[in-house]
Ligand binder design. Sequence first.
Ligand code: FE
Length: 277
Amino acid sequence: MTTHRHIVRRVTGMDTADGAGVKLKRVIGQPALDMLDPFLLLDEFRSDQAGDYIEGFPEHPHRGFETVTYMLAGRMRHGDNHGNTGDLGPGSVQWMTAGRGILHSEMPQQEEGLMWGFQLWVNLPAADKMVEPRYQDIAPSAIPVVHPAAGVTVRIVAGELAGETGPVSGISTAPVYLDISLEPGARFELEVPEDHSAFAYVFEGQAVRIGGEAVARSELAVLSRGPKVEFVADGHSRVLFVAGRPLKEPVARYGPFVMNTPAQIHEAIADFRAGKF
Ligand code: FE
């Protein structure tokens, strides 16, 4: 058994639009990679053309999973039908456990300039799909920054590294969510829970060698199981690294509802129409 994870699959994002026409790249949740249990979707939105994002994501429902928004640039305002609001600025994270259901909107708070970030969907286990909705709104200053090796800077949104623990807590799938910056010549060995599903997405700079193989910018590498991941950078690079405990449960999925059976999807649609969110 090798201890280092290697690349088992590569995917590049598919151009699409969501919400009221926000242009984005769908990396997970598209024909080339339907899901990576427990991850259901990964979108990267990046544009400095206001027309690509200005209409935002008006009110829409979610049930049965979690949405994680990580802003790199720009500002969005979040609001839901329970009266929760939040300001998502550069470097901030919102980890929303939709649970039994919410109606929310995410709208740009700028009319020009760069809007850049990620949205990840994380599935909930059957036992937790109908929990009360919960928000973890994380300010940039609450995200620990560590330097686990020379030329390596990591922001820890979730998980543990170099004696620090990310602020996101109490998530069923025990996620690791890291923003890893690498300088030229940096080498870094990351320890991860051995049986977690994991992916790395290079979102800035040059290719990174992961488990010995180059991963280009805008490419997502799905990794094998194992306790360690090795990163080697030739130039400056930035990588989103995410891992989570696979649920290994049936998935019934219809737009913003992700349940275990078709009957539960029908129930979600009926509850939504009846105003029970
Ligand atoms: Fe949403």
